[in-house]
Design a protein around this ligand. Sequence first.
Ligand SMILES: CSC[C@@H](O)[C@@H](O)C(=O)COP(=O)(O)O
Ligand SMILES: [Zn+2]
Length: 218
Amino acid sequence: MSFDLADITLEEKRRALEELADVKELFAARNWFPGTSGNLSIRIGDFQPEQFYFAVTASGKDKTKRTPEDFLFVDQHGKAAETTNLKPSAETLIHCEIYRLTGCGAVFHVHTVFNNLISEYYGEQGSVPVQGIELIKAFNIWEENAAIQIPVLPNYADIASIAKLVPGVLNERIPGILLRNHGIYAWGKDVFEAKKHLEAFEFLFETTYRSLLLKSSK
Ligand SMILES: CSC[C@@H](O)[C@@H](O)C(=O)COP(=O)(O)O
Ligand SMILES: [Zn+2]
């Protein structure tokens, strides 16, 4: 059965936008949006892999500011679902693909120094190995000394070409994908879980980076 953005109440839309604005403000305070980089989204309403809607950050905005023009609603193809002058994030197609494949509720993308350094260090091998660090449990992986691989995709200028590679690397245990020398996409069933996953990834990247440095200075 098909449904429409108009079926979603104003109250539900307002709540979603407020939640997204709050998490944007929090990440901005951590300097996670340098130079207007980064994009965030939250899904609203029903989900079918072939039909869904989400609010996404408008492209090129200063994401440290809170304004009435920060977000717009788009459909499963990344097209504006309401009349607006705002342009969806240039990377909306990656959000679309993550929602389509996982049915998750929120997707966050940030550029940080640690995610960039680690994505380049392991870029050639296509994934970042992490083992035995407590914060792996944030991904609901509870085995002792768990070993995970975080996928790294090439950073093509054409976003559609990156989006096409997402199905090939998406691992349902690992709620994140790195783009080489670019940043991370992390997701979760809602804003709380996507934020938890993103924070865990960033901790793992910084720990991995520092541990490589420590080992190289022995
Ligand atoms: C200005 S550098 C960052 C962009 O090229 C891009 O990678 C990014 O994350 C933000 O793009 P945006 O279109 O604002 O969502
Ligand atoms: Zn980006």
